[in-house]
Design a protein around this ligand. Sequence first.
Ligand code: FE
Ligand code: FE
Ligand code: ZN
Length: 276
Amino acid sequence: MLNIGCHLSNSKGYMNMCREAASIGANTFQFFTRNPRGGAAKDIDPADAAEALEFMKAHGFVKILAHAPYTLNPCAARPEVREFTENTMADDLHRMEFTPGNMYNFHPGSHVGQGIDTGIELITSMLNRILRPEQSTTVLLETMAGKGSEVGSRFEELRRIIDGCELKDKLGVCLDTCHVFDGGYDIVGDLDGVLAEFDRVLGLERLKAIHINDTKNPFAGHKDRHEKIGEGYIGIEAFRRIVNHPALKELPFFLETPNELDGYGREIALLRGLCE
Ligand code: FE
Ligand code: FE
Ligand code: ZN
């Protein structure tokens, strides 16, 4: 069975997200740890988190995925932005322990003209300060589209970040189908070739989650604009190959398409219907 969910609002807590996910046939979900623009996080209600863990167990949920706010930039040029990013991510990782054993995804960042080497050095040094041996959360680097000076649109860049980290077993990769196609990996024409490349550079064992999105832009556009499943340049036949691929089909899939809850429900049914 396909493990799939969508991005949900966490404004009403974990149990509300669990119920919304279950209501559309999902068995996982993604959420922002706080307002996507950053800022203070609401206190976690430990009873809500505990009830959600029970619900997820009872309903056959797989790992859920928290997403860091968009405004963070671990390799910003301004020290105050890097400090805000580090404090926010460290706090998020503490909060994740209310729901132990799950995953936390972040964008490696934009080097804003400092160069790729400086960018990677800033990202790895931050990770080395905030990752802790006792944490139960796996931190995922998201594959990026390569918009502007984004780091992480090449698998080699993600590999260099991981190589620079001491606690490598706390790290994984989240592959965003829109971003990699936009970044120049042809998952439509040569999915096997892209996954072989991922395996060669990063190792498929590091792949922990898939963001399953279509794209509004043609191949290698470096734009990062998500589209509804089957309505963009990736298309339904490519998604059929993706959800059935032996290297991918056991992973959790997360929709980040432009949809409300009912639209996500239809996409989940559509993707489940593609499974052989
Ligand atoms: Fe993302
Ligand atoms: Fe994504
Ligand atoms: Zn995106």
